[in-house]
Write a protein that binds this ligand. Structure first.
Ligand code: NCD
Ligand code: ZN
Length: 349
């Protein structure tokens, strides 16, 4: 194990983040903007962010919520629907308003009802995106009732993603929040137009954490955490330094009332302690020297952006860093991800 006490790296970015809106946005944004320079903002609001005008308005609401003294840039996305207008999308991309487009198979996850059922209906949009080099961010799970929830990512790769990439070989694709060995292998072997984000929590929990010794809704997210061999594959990929893999926390806050109920929401709130968790994981795997690639270099390189000029310093303390168990929002408390072990690294503020 490394004995480093401090580590200075380029300011990280979060390439997959849910900020929500209203009171929740106000409450959760500072956790991200304290640690990350930029974030790809997920468009699954209710109603979703589907047009350039929606993205512009949402961007302004986010910018208005950035605390004084925080230097943070939201990178906006559009939510792909079967009615998406290719011209509106291209104009939003060309003006620099949006950085990517998100594909949710209809019904795959929280607020995905307006997603895509028939992929032929979006082929003109995908062609246009390939032309202008706008990345497609894919929630890679099929929604077929006959496919087991633990197999939905692997089946998606075979049935949907691989055919789609063969049809649009020039399209840049990010496999969002991969959770399986199959996802790792497919992203790794997929050529320069393909990359994958990995969440903080999928590097730390497997499905036992959700189900053994009583059900733990706070560990429930989509894609659901898989068995241990998959977690280990994700760890190996993230810590390898390969440019194919980068941070996407998928920090997805829900109030405690919406998590702890008969039909609890999927999503884990990790924005506040992600960098501490990542430093812990990379140190444990003897790969602290690869943390900067994962959190600060590989993402911008794939998106064709420069890495952040600013640096952050992570400091390792002897005493555990105290994070609160929850943050308070006007909508109710939101539980912070508990990695199940003490954290010693923290971002010097
Ligand atoms: C996300 C959410 O709550 O919006 N939930 C989650 O479990 N990750 C949606 C998503 O990214 O799938
Ligand atoms: Zn997400």
């Amino acid at each position: 194990m490394s004995t480093a006490r401090s580590l200075t790296i380029r300011r990280p970015d979060d390439w997959h983040l849910h900020l929500r809106d209203g009171a929740m946005l106000q409450a959760v944004l500072p956790s991200t903007s304290a640690n990350f320079g930029r974030a790809i903002i997920m468009p699954n609001l209710v109603p979703p962010v589907v047009t350039g005008a929606d993205a512009q308005a949402y961007k302004e609401r986010i910018e208005a919520a950035i605390p004084e003294g925080h230097d943070f840039t939201p990178l906006m996305t559009l939510y792909l629907t079967e009615n998406t207008d290719a011209d509106d999308l291209a104009a939003a991309a060309q003006s620099g308003l949006i950085s990517a487009v998100k594909l949710y198979p209809a019904g795959a996850t929280t607020n995905s009802a307006s997603g895509v059922r028939d992929f032929d209906k979006v082929s003109n949009v995908l062609e246009r995106m390939a032309e202008i080099g706008l990345p497609l961010l894919v929630h890679g799970e099929v929604t077929d009732h006959d496919v087991d929830i633990f197999d939905r990512e692997a089946v998606f790769i075979d049935r949907i993603l691989d055919p789609l990439r063969r049809r649009f070989p020039e399209l840049k694709v990010v496999m969002e929040h991969i959770t399986t060995e199959e996802g790792v292998n497919y992203a790794r072997d997929g050529g320069d137009n393909l990359a994958a984000t990995i969440t903080t929590h999928h590097l730390i929990i497997n499905r036992n954490n959700i189900l053994v010794g009583g059900i733990k809704p706070d560990y429930y997210c989509l894609p659901v955490a898989k068995r241990e061999k998959h977690r280990l594959a994700l760890r190996a990929a993230a810590t390898s330094g390969s440019p194919k893999f980068f941070t996407g926390t998928d920090s997805a806050p829900h109030t405690q009332a919406n998590k702890l109920c008969a039909c609890g929401c999927a999503g884990i709130f990790t924005a506040i302690n992600s960098m501490s968790c990542l430093a812990h994981v990379f140190e444990e795997d003897g790969a602290l020297d690869k943390l900067e690639a994962f959190s600060s270099l590989n993402g911008p390189a794939f998106y064709g952006m420069a890495p952040n000029e600013q640096r952050i310093t992570l400091v390792r303390d002897d005493a555990p860093v105290e994070f609160p168990r929850q943050i308070w929002t006007e909508d109710g408390p939101v539980t912070i991800f508990d990695p199940g072990f003490d954290l010693f690294w923290k971002v010097e503020q």
